[in-house]
Design a protein around this ligand. Structure first.
Ligand code: ADP
Length: 422
């Protein structure tokens, strides 16, 4: 925006117009110099002053005329910054009514109301125009410096407000664009999730058939007249079977997450003892534990309080956490502990494994996210186990917390409501 401001003078007295023209057409920074002189300080050197504003004055001698000029300024997209408005302008509208009508057209104009009479009290003005910081009063006969300073301050105030409105409009636009981008991202993420769910579903049927046949081949013996499967071929079919089962587990997990997200999974409740669940899970990992030379401590007490919750989901969470603890620990110790308060049961799985960097604490609970996302990472897995565990613990009325230190180990603690029905 350039430094020229439009000012409208509205007064029925032509000689007042001349006064304003003389005062305001002089350099506005003369006002600073005069003011400095008045209060006894030397004026700042010229080069420190901001760019000098100039004023373009328009003149109206009646209220209606002033209103028309303001209308025109809006139509020309060249609004007034400031109006000096006389209170009395017989025979037409008085200044206060004119201001009200002008603000209805352009609410941003700064107003200086000029009066020589006490017939319009400030209270009356406020009652008519409302409390506003865009209105100042100038008593006639007015002082030259006062007019100059008012013009200088009020035009820069108007400019700042104008720039602020621009910035706010830009911010609003940015906000709208961000909201649109967010929505688009959400939609594309939903499309991706739907796509994965559909593909997984489609893979399930042929995979079930493959597993059916590998099972048949591996578990049936050759009938009379048939050639028995060679050791080599049996080994190959065994590998097909193992890998097909891995794929089948992955598909089950993906379908499980999408079912949880779509809200199509409910909780059922039954009474069970967490100690027994943990024992069973550990037994399932026996081979791996021995192979990796791990020590596993189940510190849950056998006479511990029972839970009234969804046993399958509870088991899935614990199983995912223990599986991870085993996977990410070499030759160390895994400890499963518990505590409870009035409402919740807490179970923690602590390992002495590789640990997790702090900046990954949140992302590893997202679907398909891992600390090491590279294809060459040393651990297999799909990054879905913790996503399932998080969502399931929420369904059971609890949360999952993580404490970990790289190279030292990790502790995942999750809570469930002791009585899910309450
Ligand atoms: P997955 O184990 O199949 O990759 P998860 O969702 O179970 O998927 O875990 C996500 C990631 O979180 C893992 O890939 C690993 O980087 C990290 N993580 C989970 N548990 C542990 C643990 N006990 N120790 C170290 N890292 C872990």
């Amino acid at each position: 925006m350039d430094n020229e401001f439009r000012i409208l003078i509205a007064d029925d007295n032509p000689s007042i117009h001349e006064d304003y023209s003389q005062i305001l057409n002089a350099s506005p920074f003369d006002a600073n110099a005069e003011l400095s002189e008045l209060i006894g300080i030397s004026s700042p050197p010229k080069k420190q002053q901001p760019t000098t504003p100039t004023y373009r004055l328009d003149h109206a001698y009646q209220g209606e005329e002033a209103i028309e000029l303001v209308k025109q300024s809006i139509a020309d997209e060249c609004p007034y910054a400031l109006v000096f408005m006389d209170v009395r302008m017989p025979p037409g509208l008085d200044g206060v009514d004119t201001i009200a009508r002008i603000w209805a057209i352009d609410p941003h104009i700064e107003m200086v109301i000029c009066t020589a009479f006490s017939d319009y009290s400030w209270e009356k003005v406020i009652a008519r125009l409302g409390t506003t910081n865009q209105l100042m009063i100038l008593k006639k006969p007015f002082d030259v410096i006062e007019v100059k300073q008012m013009a200088l301050s009020l035009t820069s105030k108007w400019q700042l407000a104008h720039e602020n409105r621009g910035l706010i409009a830009e911010l609003e636009e940015d906000k709208r664009e961000l909201a649109e981008a967010h929505l688009a991202a959400e939609q594309s993420s939903q499309i991706k999730s739907d796509f994965i769910a559909i593909i997984s579903h489609e893979l399930k049927t042929p995979l079930t058939a493959i597993l059916g046949y590998t099972d048949l081949v591996l578990n049936s013996s050759a009938k009379a007249g048939e050639v028995a499967l060679s050791e080599n071929n049996r080994d190959s079919v065994g590998r097909i079977d193992i890998n097909a089962r891995k794929l089948s587990d992955l598909i089950k997990d993906i379908l499980l997450v999408s079912e949880i997200e779509s809200g199509s999974i409910n909780c059922s409740t039954e009474i069970f003892y967490p100690h027994q669940v943990v024992e069973r899970i550990i037994a399932g990992f026996d081979n791996l534990i021995t192979k990796k030379n791990l020590t596993i401590n189940n510190r849950l007490l056998s006479d511990e309080n029972y839970l009234n919750s969804d046993r399958i989901k509870f088991e899935t969470i614990v199983s995912n956490l223990i599986a991870n603890a085993i996977k990410f620990t070499e030759d160390g110790t895994i400890t499963i502990d518990s505590r409870c308060d009035k409402t919740h049961f807490y179970i923690s799985v602590h390992d002495t494994g590789i640990g997790i960097p702090k900046d990954k604490f949140n992302i590893i609970f997202e679907k398909f996210r891992q600390v090491d996302q590279s294809l060459t990472r040393g651990y297999n897995g799909t990054g879905i186990g913790l996503a399932i565990a998080l969502r399931m613990s929420q369904m059971l009325g609890g949360i999952i917390e993580l404490d970990s230190e790289e190279g030292k180990g990790s502790t995942f603690t999750f809570s469930v409501k002791r009585n899910l029905e309450k």
